[in-house]
Design a protein around this ligand. Structure first.
Ligand code: BDP
Length: 721
């Protein structure tokens, strides 16, 4: 090869490597890009009148807040705004908590402080004696940090910062990520690489990522993280690991991010040398009390425990003929002296219970209402089965008025295409949060149950199963960052509109240009319905392949546990399809408030999006639009495929608005999604067609492969399994 050629290849490699680094850096920065943009002219002009930042206080949290403000402003303005040497200068940004403010300011903000809650913030422009200061404050330093992030978000998203008057308090206390991370570094249902926690190098090596992680969470108001898998390993509770947990907790503390752990119920036996883990046994009770004291001695702000008990083979109180209340209260008593809480999961179902799986959690938990301690929260998944593309809201929401009840959403896309498919989940979250439980009265939405306003609960919470790993871009798919972001924003305020969240995220992550924001936002909003259509339209659910849960597997019917089989859920036969959960079937509808039960129970009023969740119907059943059920299902699958094609088309027009690298990444992923949407459509329709015996309606593309081919596909090393 000629020298010139070698040189040019070398050159290409260098350029490629540089651009790769640039993308990685952009991806890595998440929604905190803080780029300088020419389109923010008015804000920039205004910011240029600010002469300094005044910080009142010296806590680690305030230092972090100051550093963030300086970083953000410097990057966005292209010039440094620093700590003023002369306080008499005009126009400052003042940051500090209530007690650090000069008395005149405290007086000035009296009514704001009356309105704001513990972690809420106030951002107010205060004009006096010719000075125009922006005061960012709250009742504690973390609240100030939240205010700073909010202020920077206003600038990033090009909102006016003149004459600010914002009071914003979180509506939910515990805003928490659940990491399903194992101690060996793998992540159950994780599709963004391996765990962030490098247990081997901890406690001495503090990876910068831990700090960046805490910072990202603080920027959206997330204040808690459960570090380890719900399918727990007791070793995390040994001194060897607690030392490592302590190091993480210390790194996170300035950002207001508390650490929690999952507690394996049998830990007293496995690491404590006891013969039993019976929650009423005195030695067991003592063991947990001592364990709690040991943890709090290391981590004074430790949040508490998350427990998966007697579910999918995990140990629990029922192993000792005790119940959930016995187990949860025993742990709650152990952490109570230190202000800790116990999040006790209601994700329970048993292969020995012949009743409909969708009914089991409600049947088991409702009789315990009022029996849990005040520092227990029962953690309920959004739907009664398991994080499907669409599920009606879980009947437990609102059904336990005397019990703290928190939401569990899944951010990682176990049943929604892993980190390969673009699915904007806040749309799904919003649908659930807005659902009316009709408990007490009309308008008793799920959001009102979980923010405590319906029943005046002692503690409120919302958990999201994290989609974060050690991938360069954190979440595997660049757009999966929006799901982490959106979860945090809804955890802060479950009444926010997912469209507004998408808008904020796009502007902070990519660009303020409406030619980009508008179509891409539409694409995001459409993506949730698209995945429902090409995977599980009209209320179908749980028809994915076994184990890894990737791709279609409606034919699977040979698993040992009946309720793990897709055939259990769709019940397709020559007569029809769907799970009859109405009065004539499992009567799961009766677990809802009468108004909701009636709506779901009657096939004519049941929303069609939930039709086959609640009803088994003949292939000829007429849908509202006049189509037969068979045609309707087939056309929905096609619609899903078409929607993905239109997402591709939208994205392909975006080359000029963002960097080449992120553009290309998303383009490649959308191409995969396109292929896989067709795979879902073809495999499901060929399978169901065996029962319907009908032709595909006009408009539905012919399958490209045989059913046998789709059944033969195997993915032995699919991630997250
Ligand atoms: C299911 C997952 C399984 C989890 C379980 C849970 O497939 O890996 O352990 O939920 O939430 O969706 O406990």
């Amino acid at each position: 090869m000629k020298l010139k050629n070698i040189q040019s290849i070398f050159y290409i490699i260098i350029i490629y490597a540089m651009s790769f680094t640039a993308t990685a850096q952009k991806d890595y920065k998440l929604w905190l890009q803080y780029e300088s943009k020419t389109d923010r002219e008015i804000i920039t002009k205004y910011l240029n009148t600010i002469q300094g930042i005044e910080i009142l206080g010296s806590s680690e949290t305030l230092k972090v807040a100051l550093a963030e403000l300086e970083l953000g402003l410097e990057n966005m303005l292209g010039k440094k705004i620093t700590h003023p040497t002369d306080n008499e200068q005009n126009n400052l940004i003042v940051i500090g908590n209530k007690s650090s403010l000069p008395l005149t300011l405290q007086e000035n903000l009296k009514s704001e402080f009356e309105k704001v809650s513990k972690d809420g913030f106030i951002i107010k422009t205060i004009t006096s004696k010719g000075k125009k200061n922006i005061v960012i404050t709250g009742k504690n330093d973390v609240a100030v940090l939240y205010g700073v992030f909010n202020f920077l978000r206003l600038i990033q998203t090009n909102k006016s910062i003149e004459n600010l008057n914002i009071i914003d308090s979180p509506k939910i206390d515990v805003r928490i990520l659940n990491h399903w991370d194992n101690l060996d570094g793998t992540i159950e249902r994780g599709y963004a690489g391996f765990s962030l926690w490098n247990w081997h190098k901890l406690p001495d090596f503090i990876d910068q990522r831990y700090i960046d992680y805490a910072r990202a969470n603080a920027s959206i108001g997330i204040n808690g993280t459960v570090l380890n898998n719900v399918n727990a390993n007791a070793l995390i509770l040994t001194p060897q690991y607690l030392e490592k947990v302590q190091a993480l907790a210390t790194a996170f503390r300035p950002y207001g991010l508390k650490v929690y752990l999952t507690a394996r119920f049998s830990a007293p036996i496995e690491i404590g040398g006891l013969k039993t883990a019976d929650p009423l046994n005195a030695d067991v009770i003592n063991w947990w009390k001592n364990k709690a004291a040991e943890i709090y001695a290391r981590i004074p702000n430790f949040g508490g425990f998350l427990v998966k008990a007697n579910s999918e083979g995990q140990p629990g109180p029922q192993n000792y003929n005790r119940n959930h209340v016995d187990g949860a209260n025993m742990l709650a008593d152990a952490v109570a002296p230190f202000g800790g809480i116990v999040m006790w999961r209601a994700f329970v179902y048993s292969e020995h219970d012949a009743d409909d799986r969708a009914k089991q959690a409600y049947s088991e938990f409702v009789p315990y209402d009022g029996k849990f301690r005040d520092n227990v929260i029962v953690q309920v998944k959004n739907g009664a089965i398991d994080f499907q593309p669409r599920e009606p809201f879980h009947p437990l929401f609102g059904a336990m008025p005397k019990t703290n009840t928190m939401m569990e959403f899944q951010i990682t896309q176990e049943y929604l295409g892993f980190s390969t498919h673009l699915v904007y989940l806040p749309k799904l979250y919003q649908e659930v949060l807005e659902s009316d439980t009709y408990r007490k009265s009309k308008g008793a939405t799920v959001a009102k149950v979980i923010d405590g306003s319906l029943y005046n609960n002692k503690i409120t919470g919302i958990a999201g199963v994290a989609n974060i790993g050690n991938d360069l871009n954190w979440t595997g798919h660049p757009f999966a960052q929006a799901n982490w972001y959106g979860f945090g924003r809804l955890a802060w305020n479950p009444y926010l509109d997912s469209e507004i969240i998408a808008d904020e995220w796009l502007k902070s992550t990519f660009s303020n240009d409406e030619n980009f924001v508008k179509p891409v936002k539409e694409m995001m909003l459409q993506s949730r319905e698209a995945v429902v259509n090409y995977m599980t339209p009209l209320g179908l659910h749980h028809i994915m392949d076994t184990g890894h849960h990737y791709g279609p597997g409606p034919w699977v019917g040979n698993l040992s546990r009946p309720e793990w089989n897709p055939t259990y859920y769709h019940k397709a036969d020559t007569k029809g399809i769907g799970f009859d959960r109405s009065k004539t079937g499992s009567n799961a509808t009766a677990q809802y408030a009468p108004e909701v039960a009636k709506l779901f129970d009657d096939v004519t009023t049941c929303p069609e999006k939930d039709l086959l969740w609640f009803h088994h119907l003949s292939w000829d059943y007429k849908l509202k639009n006049g189509q037969s059920l068979w045609d309707g299902i087939a056309l929905k699958y096609q619609e899903g495929v078409d929607e993905v094609a239109s997402m591709n088309a939208t994205w392909n027009k975006m080359t000029n608005y963002i960097d080449k690298e992120r553009f290309k990444e998303v383009q490649m992923l959308l191409n995969i999604q396109n292929k896989e949407a067709k795979w879902w459509r073809d495999a499901c329709l060929l399978y169901f067609q065996q029962f319907s015996g009908k032709e595909l309606p006009k408009g539905v593309e012919k399958p490209t492969q045989s059913l046998e081919y789709f059944k033969s596909l195997k993915f032995p090393f699919a991630p997250g399994n």
